[in-house]
Design a protein around this ligand. Structure first.
Ligand SMILES: [Zn+2]
Ligand SMILES: [Zn+2]
Length: 348
């Protein structure tokens, strides 16, 4: 089969590799679509502590069941169209038992621990099959759309503690694909107003398509002032940090009203993750600060329902599809912030 192999930082080759073999209870998937995530771009350009080259990444994918080994006690058969939650854990710790394998100390996701889906076939380990991580998708949902489920699940996880209510105002810092996914989830949860900001004008062009009420370039205006002004001086109920620049964290705290909630959805580069800020903001304004990383199974269940039913407009996020041979171009497009989700189709 053909697979995109990252041989070193910044180098990717599409080559012939052995088709993966599957373990008893595991499943062989013919990959029809795999979206390029920011994480893939980071691994490709800078490497990753858990990844050793040569390596194939890709964790946002969908395809067709090609083979099932043994008879796992699941309602799946050869030919089923499916989407897979890539997260796996030890199955024994308190996080795994609570359905939160993404927080397992031994978390082992497809694309990092297991070879990823920028390949024609991928082996799904028995533990993921057994734990219900393989989701059947409806015939009218395309594979590229289904591949968008994973980032939707990650966003939904972030919202768990935000408690967005009918009529809330949500300010989103970072108008990348995840920023817009947060916009849609916020609206589905009842937000009356979504404000999005970015330092790149080009990224704000999607705002009107995703229910955003106000979009502005935060390098041209004071973002805290702009949010205050848009809320009659009150501030937003919720601020979501969806970009990896620490300078915006204090801005997020200042954008929300008293008892507001702030989500640090993005991770920050290891050597640039320290901030100095006035933490009295949190104390005196009783601000709730939350983090989120990956997605528990329950969030994936919800994301699957939203994407499969069309309640979440996954199609709008698929701004480009490319064959496997052009993956280097796809990585470059994603790095340059062109479009939202660039989806690789290994059989195209
Ligand atoms: Zn991802
Ligand atoms: Zn565990």
């Amino acid at each position: 089969m053909r697979a995109a192999v990252i041989t070193d930082m910044g180098k990717v080759e599409v080559r012939e590799v052995p088709k993966p073999s599957i373990e008893d209870g595991g499943l062989l998937l013919r990959v029809e679509a795999c979206a390029i995530c920011g994480t893939d771009v980071r691994i490709f350009n800078f490497g990753h502590s858990k990844v050793k080259f040569p390596w194939t990444t890709g964790h946002e994918f969908a395809g067709v069941v090609e083979d099932i080994k043994g008879l796992p006690d699941v309602d799946l058969k050869v030919g089923d169209r499916v989407n897979v939650d890539p997260t796996d854990g030890c199955g024994k710790c308190e996080y795994c038992k609570a359905g939160r394998a993404s927080l397992c100390p031994e978390t082992k996701a497809i694309g990092y621990y297991y070879p990823g889906a920028f390949a024609q076939y991928i082996a799904i380990p028995p533990s993921i099959v057994r734990a219900g991580g393989v989701y059947k998708i409806p015939n009218d949902l395309s594979f590229p759309e289904a591949a968008v489920t994973e980032p939707v699940a990650a966003a939904i996880n972030g919202h768990e503690n935000l408690n967005i209510k009918l009529g809330d105002t949500v300010a989103i810092i970072g108008a990348g694909p995840l920023g817009y996914i947060h916009s849609i989830i916020s609206k589905l949860e009842g937000a009356a107003k979504v404000i999005i900001m970015d330092v790149v004008d080009d990224r704000l062009k999607f705002a009107s398509e995703f229910g955003v009420n106000l979009a502005f370039n935060s390098s041209k205006v004071d973002p805290v002032e702009a949010v205050r002004e848009a809320t009659g001086g009150a501030g937003a109920d919720v601020a979501i940090v969806a970009c990896s620049v620490t300078q915006v964290i204090e801005q997020a705290m200042r954008m929300v009203k008293k008892r507001g909630r702030v989500l640090l959805f993005a991770g920050f580069p290891k050597d640039r993750s320290k901030v100095e800020m006035d933490v009295n903001l949190i104390h005196y304004s009783e601000i709730g600060v939350f983090g989120s990383f990956g997605a528990p199974r329950a969030a994936y269940d919800t994301a699957h329902k939203l994407v499969a039913s069309g309640a979440f407009p996954a199609k709008k996020f698929v701004t480009a599809t490319l064959p496997l041979d052009r993956i280097a171009e796809g990585f470059a497009m994603a790095k340059a912030g062109q479009g939202l989700r660039i989806v690789i189709q290994p059989w195209a």
